[in-house]
Design a protein around this ligand. Structure first.
Ligand code: PLP
Length: 407
């Protein structure tokens, strides 16, 4: 048996809509993108949604719209994907890397405060006088940070917040301040960015969305997503808009196609059902692996609706016969696709050699990443596929330890 790390869940409805789009003669940004944006804004509970061709594009446009300038500093978790920090570099600004919580892997606000002190004390590889303007939290695996706490932190230091929600659709946390659930993207942040990459919680193949309640930010993001033109793709491409347009800024080419939105239109209403299926698979992993002392399981919390984009286990170094790398190699050999989220940014050559970050700056992420491994988790995973992963894991970890005990 072979179990892939991920398989997208595509129904006939998505397929039929793509075919209908092809037959319609309208392939690029048009009515299906508008429909997807409207439905997405409603699902998140926000005023504006701008569809773009990746979450990376959405993050780039968000920090651009907020006026990020060269030499300014943005707090970014080291425990994230390349995109979160590179968009800061696109604008010549400087990511200030922040350590993570050892259990959730989410950005640690206490460390963020410490890092701001260390910056002023000249202990970081950044000019101590640099102006700090923003923070980009990530909801790792889909278990949300408390955005009220992020908001308090940002207000205290006078920062804007861009929420990297690439893992967090749909996700929520119980807001004590509101006395109700607050969804990822439901505004505390200036802008929230979502990903519809092939293996994210819903997909359009490649795609992303920027949501905001601020009309000025929404306008700037939309304008810059299409060459900085005075009218968006709707007006320009539907044939009825005015033929003349003004170039207002040197924008980008980040618009989503109707072909991609055709998939999104039918993924969106399935999002909660897909989340529930991932959740029950995650609970089953938690039950079946609870007895394995070589493995520590990902946290859950009653005040969180977990998107379960990833199921990240930590190998218990004292109690596992195999280290993380050995376990991945063995799982892959036995037909189980797995992955690592992630090697922290500061342990990549660019951030280490070019920007000067050292392992000692970010000790929690430095230590914990060596122990992490993401197991296969996707809505259409069959019980047999999950049984296979569980039994492979059990036999690899148990066989080895009994061998060791016998030796
Ligand atoms: C996948 C991912 C992104 C980028 O998403 P794309 O749509 O592929 O650009 C950004 N941030 C995080 C945390 C991600 O996992």
């Amino acid at each position: 048996m072979e179990v892939p790390f991920f398989r997208p869940s595509i129904t006939e409805a998505e397929i039929e809509e793509v075919i209908a789009c092809l037959r319609s003669g309208w392939l690029t940004t048009g009515p299906r993108v508008r429909q997807f944006e409207t439905a997405f804004a409603q699902a998140v509970g926000t005023q504006y949604a701008v569809a773009v061709n990746s979450c990376t594009a959405a993050l780039h446009l968000a920090v651009e719209a907020l006026g990020l300038r060269p030499g300014q500093v943005v707090l970014v978790p080291t425990y994230t994907f390349a995109a979160t920090a590179e968009v800061v570099r696109y604008l010549g600004a400087i990511p200030l890397l922040v350590d993570c919580d050892p259990l959730t892997f989410n950005l640690d606000l206490n460390d963020a405060a410490a890092k701001l002190r260390h910056l002023r004390e000249g202990k970081l590889p950044i000019d101590r006088r640099a102006e700090v303007v923003g923070i980009i939290p990530v909801h790792v695996a889909g278990l949300m940070l408390d955005m009220d706490e992020v908001d308090d932190f940002a207000r205290q230091y006078g920062l804007w917040v861009v929420e990297d929600g690439a893992h967090a659709f749909p996700a929520a946390y119980w807001s004590i301040r509101l006395g109700r659930w607050r969804r990822a993207g439901q505004q505390t942040a200036a802008v929230t960015c979502f990903s519809f990459y092939a293996n994210k919680t819903i997909t359009t193949g490649e795609g992303g969305m920027a949501v905001t309640d601020n009309p000025n930010l929404a306008n700037r993001i939309r304008q810059m997503s299409l060459h900085g033109l005075s009218q968006d793709a709707w007006g320009r491409y539907n044939g009825n808009g005015p033929w003349d347009y003004q170039i207002l800024a040197p924008g980008y080419k980040y618009n989503l196609t109707d072909l991609a939105a055709a998939i999104g239109i039918h993924q969106l209403p399935r999002a909660e059902e897909l989340r529930k299926r991932r959740e029950s698979l995650a609970y089953r992993y938690r039950e079946e692996l609870a007895g394995l002392e070589a493995v520590e399981l990902p946290p859950t919390a009653p005040d969180r609706v977990h998107a379960w984009h990833l199921f990240i286990i930590r190998i218990n170094p004292g109690k596992s016969p195999l280290n993380r790398n050995e376990l991945i190699a063995a799982l892959r050999r036995s037909g189980v696709g797995c992955s690592v989220h992630w090697r922290p940014l500061h342990l990549h050559p660019y951030y280490r050699d070019k920007l000067g970050w050292q392992p000692e700056h970010l000790p929690v992420a430095t230590a914990v990443w060596e122990r992490v491994l993401s197991l296969p988790l996707y809505p259409d995973m069959t019980p047999e596929e999950q049984d296979f992963v569980i039994s492979r894991l059990r036999s690899l970890l148990a066989t080895q330890s009994s061998l060791r005990a016998a030796a």
